[in-house]
Design a protein around this ligand. Structure first.
Ligand code: TRP
Ligand code: SF4
Length: 360
């Protein structure tokens, strides 16, 4: 985790108040091991050091899937079960769905009043995604506002840090700019510091991106593991399927016969050993491969065992929720209640600042 911007939180964390992080994931369905070894392990670490808010960005899913929202709810459930399977703990992190916390939407609306269109138009993901998903009409209001909704997701909790991947950094930058503009517009104290500069109250906290190191998790073909490459192992994939997929993996093309020596550096199985195998097993692979002492199926066996063993833990943690999906729903309801309690405080201050009176 590498902070990309200097720390300048409005409300510095004190020893008795841990830093707050917020992060969301669009519901794309069941997750794969790349998600686990990248984002989720990072979340697990944060759970014990930070006050965490983790949510399903289901409104964000609608910005691109408005033409067919039928899968969003099933995908959300699958994804949350994967979070829990990986060890996200609702007793330590607030876990919820964005659409259950309407305060995000109200803050998004209010932020839209102060956000210049040009700021949104120049966010790189805007044009990139429009080009990438060219079959879809993304010239919508909702899609342009995607990063501003994300800003609201973050600012509503006053989070100091946001764990995200590299591609999301421009969204965090936008969030900082919007917070700064809001503070300048509404946080003037009328006082100046010793340099004669106006003292501005930080009504909204400017967050920092906490960069999740790019997942090095290799896929079945040696490229990065990604749904779009079709080279994934699911987080809770069945042992049979894992066995099958790894056995079918291509190996060093120079090893046509078992008696041909190979080079692990030229084999997509090797990077998986680097994630899953002990140094003894790796030494055994190096030796056995380069001297043609082991066959490729033999080489893959301990790898299959290690992946299946890791997944056994995931499957065991997921089972109670698969048996009782209503338990997931009620966990999300409780999460949304906790999230709303915090979100309502921020929103109340924002409303007051803007001179909006609450109906009583
Ligand atoms: N845009 C993020 C992504 O695609 C998901 C997201 C939505 C998010 N709201 C957020 C991430 C708030 C961090 C904080 O990955
Ligand atoms: Fe790849 Fe292992 Fe076969 Fe060598 S022995 S080519 S590392 S699968």
């Amino acid at each position: 985790m590498i902070p990309t911007t200097p720390a300048a939180p409005a409300a510095p964390a004190s020893p008795d108040r841990p830093l707050r992080v917020v992060s969301g994931m669009r519901p794309t369905g069941a997750l794969h091991l790349g998600h686990y070894h990248g984002v989720l392990k990072n979340w697990l670490a944060l759970q014990s050091t930070h006050e965490c808010f983790f949510f399903v960005a289901d409104w964000h899913a609608l910005t691109t899937q408005y033409d067919d929202p039928s899968q969003i709810s099933a995908h959300s459930l699958d994804m949350v079960i994967d979070w829990l399977a990986a060890g996200v703990d609702p007793a330590r992190a607030v876990v919820f769905a964005q659409s259950q916390v309407p305060e995000h939407a109200e803050l998004h609306l209010l932020l839209s009043m102060v956000t210049p269109l040009s700021w949104l138009e120049r966010v790189p993901t805007y044009k990139d995604q429009q080009e990438k998903l060219s079959g879809k009409d993304l010239s919508t209001y909702g899609f342009l506002g995607y990063p501003l909704l994300q800003s609201a997701d973050i600012l509503i909790y006053g989070a100091q840090q946001v764990p995200v991947g590299e591609d999301q950094v421009p969204h965090i930058e936008l969030t900082r700019e919007v917070a700064r503009r809001f503070n300048h517009l509404y946080g003037q104290t009328g006082k100046t510091n010793t340099h004669g500069e106006p003292i501005v109250r930080s009504l909204l906290v400017e967050p920092q991106a906490l960069l999740t190191p790019a997942s090095k998790m290799p896929g079945l073909d040696g490229q990065k593991m990604s749904k779009s490459y079709g080279n994934t192992l699911g987080l809770r994939e069945s042992p049979d399927a894992v066995n099958d997929k790894i056995r079918k993996m291509p190996t060093d093309p120079a090893r046509v016969r078992k008696t041909d020596p190979g080079n692990p550096e030229k084999c997509p199985v090797w990077p998986l050993h680097q994630v899953y195998s002990s140094s003894e097993t790796r030494a055994w692979v190096q030796e056995g491969c380069t001297r043609a002492g082991i066959g490729c199926i033999q080489c893959k066996t301990p790898l299959i065992e290690a992946v299946v063993a890791e997944q056994d833990g995931f499957r065991a943690r997921a089972q109670p929720f698969l048996d009782d999906p209503a338990a997931v729903e009620s966990m999300l309801v409780r999460g949304a209640e906790k999230a709303r309690a915090v979100a309502q405080q921020t929103l109340q201050e924002v409303r007051t600042t803007l001179g909006l009176r609450l109906p009583r």
